[in-house]
Design a binder for this molecule. Sequence first.
Ligand code: AMP
Length: 412
Amino acid sequence: MRDLLPKDQRVWEKLRAVTRELGEAYGFERIDTPLVEASALFERGMGETSDVVEKQMFSLKAKDESALTLRPEFTAPVVRAYIQHGMSHLPQPVKVYYIGSLYRHEQPQEGRYREFYQNGFEILGGESDPIYDAQMIMVAYRFLEEMKIQKLSVQLNSIGCKQCRPLYRKKLVDYYKGKPACRTCKRRLLINPLRVLDCKEKECELIKKGAPSMIDSLCVLCRGHFKLVLEYLDEVKVPYILNAQLVRGLDYYNRTVFEIVTEGSDMALGGGGRYDYLMELLGGKSAPAVGFALGLDRIALMIDRQGIATEERKAKKAFFVNIGDLAKKKGLGLIESLRRAGVRVEESLGKESLKGQLATADKRGADIALIFGQMEAFEESIIIRDLKTGAQETVLLIKMVDAVKRKLHINE
Ligand code: AMP
């Protein structure tokens, strides 16, 4: 887990702002769920055999002995909230977005942390229409485009449904029979065969390449669904690559699954897919759903790696300088009147010397200094100094707010 320091915040603020803007632009409403949930929610939702549940949950016992877990993902909590609050009675589908921290006990490395951040968008209820799959992929893609990430690649697959997946699973197990796969894969073949396609071991690489493809085994309905997803994506010009080995680590997906990577890096920036069975699995009435989540830490890392400039918000600001006790006392109220009028004012009120305060104003990038000394306090005036040109003028306190706003071009 790590700190996001003030110097990191410019990019994080942009990630938050673009999440909000896209949410509003595409008609999604914000949802926040608790940091801690009953462990059973994730065990049921993500599947007992998923890597996250098997190895990565930060679990704790509460005083009343209930088993709790720091959320390792958002989808199950969002579905829980949908069921718990009777959101199936709202106009369908319900479209929500979120942003927040997640916890997984992984081996930390660059781009993989134990506390990390995601934003995500989910469409719950309504019809299991491929147009929503395409819309989700498009919104994820637009977010990354908006963040100016280069060389994006959308990887796409379909993992079928309850009808066609068991047949494919059997084909896959038959194919692996007698092949020298790694120990983990041998175990996976017994409990969750599709996961062998996720294997990163060298010894499995070649075996994986020759494995039968799910797309060839899709039933008519799943095939039709997938074909339409591709057509809709073509329509909005979102490029994609079919990747028969993409199954995603979590158990609850059906049909469309996708991941977005940048070319030349195997680090996924995010992914998602359809999960029509999760609602029922978590005790709700059966309802379709589709969504995605993006890894914000990795996007921030990519912005740094690709040297993408995130423009600084150029709001101009004033720096309040006070000299002497009387000025200090009166100064507090003056600063408040400026702030109320929408002026950004910084100060270092604890510093005594004019020089020290002006040096701080300079370091903080202020545009003007408002100098308020003993004499000004008596005369009810203040000096406005332009820190770029050094030019200064004295104005009466009653005219200060207007003069400062004019100088900083506020509300013009
Ligand atoms: P998942 O919830 O596993 O589908 O992950 C979605 C995205 O979250 C991934 O593509 C990553 O970008 C990001 N992510 C997942 N786990 C981590 C982690 N431990 N540290 C940083 N980012 C992560």
